[in-house]
Design a protein around this ligand. Structure first.
Ligand SMILES: Cc1cc2nc3c(=O)[nH]c(=O)nc-3n(C[C@H](O)[C@H](O)[C@H](O)COP(=O)(O)O)c2cc1C
Length: 369
């Protein structure tokens, strides 16, 4: 696997370049990290040059095309990105080989957050696939640190090794998992509140399974089920569920999917068709999640919220859902979904109060088993 590393600083003793060299040093033999050194030689981008791009621009584009992923580390200048990295990206805007390219962004210090946010916005606009899990801020306080010093800092070595592992995993999984990693209208995993909560939940976790468990427990225990608590407003988007602290099962599943995706963990929506009460009609849909865990594959979890008689948990590979199927017309609906099904969106966006939702719960016809 090849990672193309781009530093947004031309400074001889740049910390961003040093970080990328440290990553190259830490890479296992299965990963080649190539640090492109010609960014200072790129002409300022001019669309008029597109008919015959200069040699360095062509070289950059070739490297981008042949790389499995890009890793960018760039400083902040006057609360913006550096001209070097913006010019580099401008040369890639009209280049098809950049579209969908997995990209991770390293921010050397938490002091500089404007450039990091702006860089991410530009990359997403250019249709890159941002590898959130590998895009981290390093806890560095000084710009005067070289590669050797970075490699002598156990915390930095651990973070950068994690970046390599996460890029490698994302590249392997992306084609199949892309729909389950993306941000969308209802699973808005790039919303600032979601990104912040996802980072908080991931803090100190050793691996994706630990992060997934934390996210599950947060949504199950800290977000109130709207009907259990008779709590308005009716929420649908993941960010609304987080901000208001409440949601129906479907809405809570949107939040859990968004928190997992914001951590780079593939997450899907699943549905069951259940009786509302006892073992007779009426029926309604119940929303839950499936999370992709490297050790176990797709694993179903139900964060609707526990109560007497409901005891869902995260204990892979054992499945411990909130409800089991008890009669022939109830069923685990087949399939995993990247987006909520229309009946669910309709119920959560066309009803104004939790009582109205309860009287218009979504349902679909039973499918042949
Ligand atoms: C022209 C200029 C503007 C800067 N503006 C900011 C800034 O707005 N915010 C910030 O946190 N640091 C700012 N810095 C500090 C740099 O981000 C910091 O020195 C960084 O380490 C430089 O990266 P490098 O070591 O890779 O060259 C600025 C530095 C320069 C040279």
């Amino acid at each position: 696997m090849k990672i193309l590393a781009l530093s947004g600083s031309l400074r001889a003793v740049s910390i961003n370049s040093a970080v990328l060299r440290a990553v190259r040093h830490l890479a296992p033999s299965s990963i080649e990290v190539y640090l492109f050194s010609g960014l200072g030689d790129l002409l300022l981008y001019n669309p008029d040059l597109e008919h015959a791009p200069p040699a360095v621009a062509l070289q950059l584009r070739n490297e981008v095309a042949s790389a499995d992923a890009l890793l960018i580390a760039s400083p902040e200048y006057a609360h913006g990105v550096t001209g070097t990295i913006k010019n580099t990206l401008d040369w890639l805007v009209a280049f098809d080989g950049f579209v969908d390219k997995p990209v991770a962004v390293l921010n050397a210090t938490s002091r500089a957050h404007h450039a990091d946010a702006a860089l991410r916005e530009t990359l997403v606009t250019m249709s890159a696939t941002l590898i959130e899990a590998a895009s981290i801020t390093l806890p560095l306080r000084s710009a005067n640190i070289g590669e050797a010093e970075l490699l002598a800092m156990p915390e930095i070595v651990s973070l950068l090794t994690g970046v390599l592992t996460k890029i490698q995993r994302a590249v392997k999984l992306l084609p199949e998992m892309k729909p389950f990693l993306g941000s969308s209208v209802y699973i808005d995993s790039q919303h600032l509140a979601i990104v912040a909560q996802a980072a908080k939940l991931a803090d100190g976790c050793a691996d994706d399974e630990a992060i997934a468990k934390r996210c599950f427990e947060f949504v199950r225990d800290q977000i109130k089920h709207s009907w259990d608590y008779r709590l308005n407003p009716v929420t649908c988007k993941a960010s609304e569920v987080l901000i208001h602290g409440t949601g129906y099962c479907y809405a809570k599943s949107h939040l859990l999917a968004a928190l997992l995706r914001a951590n780079g963990i593939p997450a899907a929506l699943c549905y069951q068709r259940l009786t509302l009460d006892g073992d007779q009609p009426p029926y309604c849909l119940h929303g839950l999640n499936a999370v992709y865990l490297p050790q176990h594959g797709w694993y179903r979890i139900d964060a609707r919220g526990n109560k007497p008689g409901v005891d869902a948990d995260f204990c892979p590979p054992l499945e411990k859902l909130a409800f089991s199927i008890v009669n022939p017309l109830e069923q685990d609906l087949p399939g995993i979904h990247a987006e909520p099904i229309p009946a669910v969106v309709k119920a959560l966006t066309e009803n104004q109060t939790v009582e109205q939702v309860y009287h218009n719960l979504p349902d679909v016809a039973a499918t042949a088993q």
